[in-house]
Design a protein around this ligand. Structure first.
Ligand SMILES: [Mn+2]
Length: 345
């Protein structure tokens, strides 16, 4: 064994340590840049679990933590009951959005992704950035999915932006300023759905509708039912809404399967349909946003006689963008119709 003198040994340790750090950093950077993401994460994940200890929810949250760790997403877990009734989720999100906004822009997260504690990550090597608008689409502030009851807030993403502060403030205030409305059981979800549908008020007087994009819900929020799974083997996660007491058995079965054979569920993004489908989805929206921006500009100088028609067509294209999930063919049709009206201006 070579015996090094004290100062030399220290130098060797320092240089060795620095080299190891560089190698680790380089490996991570290579790993992440292979699909084009920046090294600093732009998304944090958020969930909550409080009250009576529940081992299944804890295991579900651990699946989200593994996913977060894999991609370097910070993860926030609310552990205290902070609000009366059903308002913990929007209250916590409100606090986190405000906290991010108090930081200088370069060190903020850009998005927060909410995940319910009754959802389990199935394929932890799927990054969530593919479900968020590319950074040139700056006027989208909420990405969610819908089911037969409308908006589902079990899994959805919020833009770190003043728009979101207003939207959450209105959601939290909903029972106070609309006490006559029966929000039924999922009061926070119902209140948010109603706020998102508003056409007046909000940050620019136009409500919140145009800041929302609905993507095919099973991409981010595939349901596990009593007799099956809405997703596929390569899907991101499974969520168990509305199963009541049968939820436990199903959660246990899924957790056992995912924890026992983790490698079997990890299918890299490149080998899933996700990459193509999501790229296609955002390209479609980008394609439609361009004529919207152009028409908005033209509206300012347009001939008053044509104004109403142009405004109408513009509104229809905005709706088509929001509804792209349900009626993708409508998007192209509306782009054509808006173009036709623009030619007369
Ligand atoms: Mn849920």
């Amino acid at each position: 064994m070579v015996v090094l003198r004290q100062p030399l040994r220290r130098t060797v340790i320092v240089i060795g340590g620095a080299l190891l750090f560089l190698i680790a950093y380089w490996t991570k950077a290579r790993h992440q840049s292979s699909i084009g993401w920046r090294i600093r994460p732009r998304v944090a994940k958020v969930t909550m679990l409080y009250g009576k200890p529940n081992a299944l929810y804890e295991r579900a949250i651990r699946s989200h933590q593994r996913h977060a760790k894999h991609w370097g997403y910070p993860m926030h877990v609310l552990r205290e009951d902070i609000a009366v009734g059903f308002w913990n989720k929007p209250s916590y999100l409100f606090s986190l959005i405000v906290r991010e906004l108090t930081k200088p822009a370069p060190s903020r997260m850009e998005w927060l992704m909410w995940v319910d504690a009754d959802s389990i990550i199935v394929n932890e090597v799927i990054p969530v950035e593919i479900f968020l608008p590319p950074s040139d689409l700056t006027d989208i502030h909420l990405v969610a999915g819908r089911d037969q009851n409308g908006l589902n807030t079990g899994v959805f993403s919020l833009h770190v932006h003043p728009w979101t502060v207003s939207m959450l403030a209105e959601t939290l205030g909903y029972p106070s300023y609309r006490p006559e409305v029966d929000l039924s059981r999922s009061a926070d979800q119902e209140a948010m759905a109603r706020v998102l549908n508003k056409r007046e008020g909000g940050p620019d007087g136009q409500g919140y509708k145009d800041g929302v994009v609905y993507l095919p819900r099973p991409w981010i929020n595939a349901y596990g039912w009593l007799h099956g799974y809405e997703g596929q083997k390569r899907s991101l996660l499974v969520h168990f809404p509305g199963l009541e007491d049968q939820r436990w058995e199903h959660m246990a079965r899924w957790l056992d399967a995912v924890e026992a054979y983790p490698a079997q569920w990890r299918v890299p993004l490149e080998e899933t349909w996700y990459l193509n489908e999501t790229t296609h989805f955002w390209t479609g929206i980008r394609h439609a946003k361009r004529p919207v921006a152009a028409a908005e500009e033209e509206l300012r100088y347009s001939n008053p006689a044509n104004r109403t028609k142009l405004e109408e067509e513009l509104q229809e294209l905005r709706t088509a963008i929001r509804e792209i999930t349900d009626t993708p063919e409508l998007l192209l049709q509306q782009i054509d119709e808006l173009d036709a009206v623009r030619e007369f201006n």
